[in-house]
Design a protein around this ligand. Structure first.
Ligand SMILES: [Fe+2]
Length: 402
């Protein structure tokens, strides 16, 4: 039995993985080191083997190699799923990832869809308790009802009393037909956001909310711009003289200055990253788009894309699709100039779409995404909310610019 790997780029999993395992039916690939398979990561491939026991996996999409990994291990299984065998291949030194320091940790979750089960929501939110900041990308509740928002608000207080939480609304945060009750204290998205804004202020976040629908916040080395891309009647829409005008103004402001900078003290230069939150992904970066066939989710899609095309050093975060980060082609795009688009799946079970003959059940599990900012590099790590394991297919690293 043998595994041969041909990697293409340092620090990156893209490349060819050739397996020869006579007598076996299928194989899974894992990151590993001298102690064995990295237990805190799921498999990153599951492929059928030919009658001769041969199979090839072509990894693409720019996923990172975890710093703990120094080898790749294949585990081949036979038809009874009871007999299995392993073989490893060493990752060449220059292709391994250096360890990363973590100065700031942000937890991102989307599509929580609370209807009645407060216990589940509290448990999900608690997964963010070690983060410096939690960001929710919409569809906090399922039907936009006042009782759901009031329940959400209580869960938030109980689950994350000391962690700042910020959110943008999704289509499900509005009732099908606007209710006369909307606007009552904490009975709608704006009410819950008001609570979040007060808490964030008390926890040291500088926040500016815009009446047109959106907010801008500064937390450590990141700036967060939230766009309200959903409104009454569950429309997904950005208004030109509303949220888009707000975004344009914020993008025009100088970035990178430390607010607490004092005269005479030269602060250590640290790169800065801007996060833009919007419930629905942009058409050009929707992981399931088909060339020439797909329609944008969002009214104002082209105008928003045009604004972003003039920018660098940003991470556009969206949800809404419920697509698993384990999609073969990935749900994160890192483009030159650190123009990054990430669609983060859902805290409800996720969907796997694609043409892979075999996929693993655990790849559909509900997810959260961690954004870890180091001094010079950052990583995006998607994690199963069921097992806490990281998904190698949802793991990316990039350099931060000064
Ligand atoms: Fe949605």
């Amino acid at each position: 039995m043998k595994l041969t790997i041909h990697l293409e780029k340092p620090g990156c999993g893209d490349g060819m993985y050739e397996i020869r395992a006579r007598g076996y039916l299928a194989a899974e690939l894992f990151w590993s080191n001298e102690k064995g398979i990295l237990e805190e990561y799921t498999a990153f491939a599951c492929i059928p083997l030919g009658l001769d026991g041969e199979g090839v996996f072509r990894f693409q999409g720019g996923r990172g190699i975890p710093p703990e990994a120094s080898s790749v291990t294949v585990r081949a299984v036979d038809g009874s799923l009871k007999k299995w065998e392993e073989a490893s291949a060493i990752i060449p030194m220059d292709f391994r990832s250096p360890l990363q320091d973590a100065e700031q940790k942000i937890c991102v979750m989307s599509d929580l869809h609370l209807s009645r089960r407060a216990g589940r929501l509290k448990w999900v939110l608690r997964q963010g308790k070690k983060a410096d900041l939690v960001l929710l990308l919409g569809d906090l509740v399922n039907d936009g009802l006042p009782e759901q928002f009031r329940l959400f608000s209580r869960c938030l207080e109980e689950a994350l009393p000391d962690v700042p939480v910020l959110a943008v609304p999704g289509n499900h945060d509005f009732p099908r037909n606007p209710l006369p009750l909307a606007g009552e204290k904490r009975g709608d998205f704006r009410g819950v956001f008001q609570q979040m804004a007060e808490r964030a202020g008390n926890l040291g976040i500088q926040l500016k909310a815009d009446p047109r629908g959106g907010f801008c916040a500064r937390a450590g080395r990141i700036q967060v711009i939230g766009l309200y891309g959903a409104s009454n009647w569950r429309r997904l829409r950005l208004e030109k003289d509303g949220q888009l005008a707000f975004l344009e103004k914020e993008l025009g402001e100088k970035q990178g200055e430390e607010p607490e900078e004092k005269l005479g003290e030269k602060p250590e230069e640290k790169p800065f990253l801007r996060l833009i939150l919007c419930h629905a992904p942009l058409l050009d970066h929707n992981p399931q788009r088909r060339k020439g066939q797909s329609q944008p989710y969002l009214g104002g899609d082209r105008a928003l894309q045009k604004l972003l095309d003039g920018q660098e050093n940003f991470l556009f975060l969206s949800g809404h699709t419920h697509l698993s980060p384990n999609l073969y082609q990935g749900t994160v795009e890192i483009l030159p100039g650190n123009r990054i688009y990430a669609n983060v799946g859902s805290t409800c079970p996720c969907e796997m779409k694609g043409e892979e003959p075999l996929t693993l059940k655990e790849w559909r599990e509900p997810v959260m995404t961690e954004l870890i900012l180091g001094r010079k590099t950052a990583s995006i790590i998607s994690r199963s909310l069921v097992t806490g394991k990281a998904f190698p297919r949802g793991y990316y690293r990039f350099n931060l610019f000064s």
